[in-house]
Write a protein that binds this ligand. Structure first.
Ligand SMILES: [Zn+2]
Ligand SMILES: [Zn+2]
Length: 580
């Protein structure tokens, strides 16, 4: 049966329901003790490593921190997505006010004031109130809070109906496989934004081949999670919504001989397709409805090399394809090690030993641990004495796990003036340094660029971490003059990270080509805060590929010896520079 959770992770749905319940109770000014039982439950569930969905209530009650009442609620959420008390609070709250709980930088207590004092019940009304300066006049608010709320609202508006690639991928391919199975054919494929591996997805696009299009439409009708838009649909096209993700969905139905041409057409961006179609030969070929058996044939008939789906954005790929000069793209298998990861020394969930053993068992040759630096107090950043402790443990593990190797790194905060977080002596005790910005994120482009360039100029900086600090669909990054920053990395031999966390994917793939043109190496770093986090590397690889990244220009495809030599050389250079 077609059934898949959008968010593939364990206890997230339950945690989300409990969080919502506690926010709603705060909104309704309930007894703090009652609220605390939910926040405690969230804390318990966050610590748990096993999924609780599916465990019977009698067993759940035995788990420490979960009593009889919570167990019943967990079972209800796993079965229905909600529980009676939550439903009651939801029924007593205007839906627009519930949505307001998602606004960053404003808690339930303030929302209660807005709701009760200003009578605001929707996001739109709230935006209007901000524009009329009504919020700033409210007790405890002020112009600054109003501005924060306004920006968050505008950002939420833009993010509506969109999800991260990583949130949609499983769902889309599951749906494809379901249709393949029912139609007994391989000629069903995911196209559009997902096949192009865009970081943010607005629509799930499918192409399905069938002798009888009615058959496909009938199968789609049996899927309860799909909601058809009858007006926009037709005999050869299903349009509507996938309700668990909330995303638009389009399925194009073609006869089997037209499958390849349609898949090609439904994959490339408009710029890519018009780039091809303006080529008269190609236009003729497609309009003649030549029956292609592969996309390679389509490109070949236009006198071009095959363009990988992720590169079909209409940038410069067609020029390269014409000259047969497309890069050979990086693959998952090319990666030899994992740099930039956290452990329980700072804010990670797994110990150093667990992170190392898991990495080795996955077949990698080396691991770079970069816990937070001392200024990152909120993330349990490392003061000097704890660095020494960690290095001792690393030396011991390196003996035990050889030839596997842990490189001693740090994710040093870039301070407001662009300097790093430790004295040069301490910095020299690491094998490598990832320099990242985590605080004072509100900067204009000049300030942000200066701060980054300053950090890049520091001879101890090996890798520039998540250059813009963005969290996709949640928070815009600070504005950066990328050319200046990338030029500085080129001048000072600094590697740039493609942070592979699906929320970050930062450096943006659109700047990969420029970095490569300046001979700047990139590193695919998961920024893992648990062993599970290593699996995010593939999203970084997808983004690299989108930007045309090759194995040769990806730092963590280098062998253990090459990486060690690079770090050593950088350190000698730093020492020499500081001595002169
Ligand atoms: Zn970071
Ligand atoms: Zn990090």
């Amino acid at each position: 049966m077609y059934k898949v959770k959008v968010y593939p992770l364990e206890n997230k749905n339950i945690i989300r329901a409990f969080r919502l319940a506690s926010s709603l109770m705060e909104l309704h000014d309930e007894n703090p003790f009652k609220i605390r039982s939910y926040t405690n439950a969230v804390a318990t569930l966050e610590r748990m490593e096993t999924p609780v969905a599916g465990i019977p209530a009698t067993q759940l009650e035995q788990i420490e921190g979960i009593g009889k009442a919570l167990a019943a609620k967990i079972v209800a959420i796993s079965e229905t997505g909600s529980f009676p008390e939550l439903d009651q609070y939801l029924a007593a709250t205007p839906p627009g006010v519930v949505e307001m709980l998602d606004i960053k930088g404003i808690g339930p207590k303030k929302i209660r004031l807005i709701w009760k004092e200003l009578g605001v019940e929707t996001g739109e009304a709230l935006l209007a109130a901000c524009e009329k300066n009504e919020l700033a006049a409210l007790k405890g608010f002020g112009a600054k809070t109003q501005e924060t709320i306004k920006n968050a609202l505008l950002y939420n508006q833009q993010s509506k109906g969109k999800l991260l690639y990583a949130e949609v991928e499983t769902l889309a391919y599951h749906l494809r496989d379901f249709l393949r199975d029912k139609l007994k054919t391989d000629q069903v494929e995911v196209a559009g934004e997902i096949r192009r591996r865009l970081e943010i997805i607005e629509q799930i696009s499918l192409v399905a081949a069938a002798e009888n299009p009615q058959e496909v439409l009938a199968i789609l009708k049996t899927i309860p999670e799909l909601e058809q838009d009858e007006i926009k649909s037709g005999p050869f096209s299903w349009r509507g919504r996938e309700t668990t993700s909330g995303l638009a969905l389009a399925c194009k139905i073609v006869s089997p001989p037209d499958f390849v041409t349609e898949l090609f057409r439904a994959t490339g961006s408009e710029a890519h397709l018009t780039g091809l179609f303006s080529n008269t030969d190609c236009l003729l070929l497609v309009s003649r409805k030549e029956k292609y058996t592969s996309e390679e044939d389509i490109y070949a008939s236009a006198g071009m090399a095959y363009v990988q789906p992720e590169m079909r954005e209409g940038r410069n790929e067609l020029l390269l394809a014409k000259e047969n000069a497309l890069p050979e793209l990086l693959t998952d298998n090319d990666l030899r090690g994992i740099l930039h990861n956290h452990t329980t020394y700072s804010d990670g969930a797994n110990t150093l030993a667990q992170m190392a053993v898991y990495c080795r068992d996955k077949g990698y040759d080396y691991l770079g641990i970069c816990d937070h630096s001392k200024s990152a107090f909120y993330a349990n950043g490392l003061p000097e004495f704890r660095i020494r402790e960690q290095h001792k443990e690393m030396d011991k593990l390196n003996q035990e796990l050889a030839p596997f190797r842990i490189f001693k790194g740090i994710e040093s905060d870039i301070l407001a003036d662009g300097s790093l977080d430790y004295s040069n002596d301490v910095l020299a005790s690491f094998d490598f340094v990832v320099a990242s910005i985590h605080s004072n994120l509100k900067m204009d482009m000049v300030k942000a660029t200066d701060r980054l360039v300053n950090a890049v100029q520091n001879p101890f900086t090996t890798i520039l971490g998540h250059p813009t600090g963005r969290l996709l669909l949640r928070r815009e990054g600070y504005p950066v003059d990328f050319k200046t920053v990338i030029d500085a990395c080129a001048e000072h031999g600094v590697i740039i990270e493609i942070n592979a966390n699906p929320w970050r994917l930062d450096l943006d793939w659109r700047w990969v080509e420029y970095a490569l043109s300046k001979n700047v190496l990139l590193s695919i770093n998961p920024d893992a805060h648990s062993t599970e986090g290593y699996h995010d590397m593939r999203y970084g690889v997808l983004m690299g590929r989108k930007g045309g990244l090759t194995r040769e220009m990806t730092f963590n495809t280098f062998s253990l010896e090459e990486v060690a030599a690079h770090f050593e050389k950088r350190k000698q250079r730093a020492t020499a520079l500081l001595a002169s």
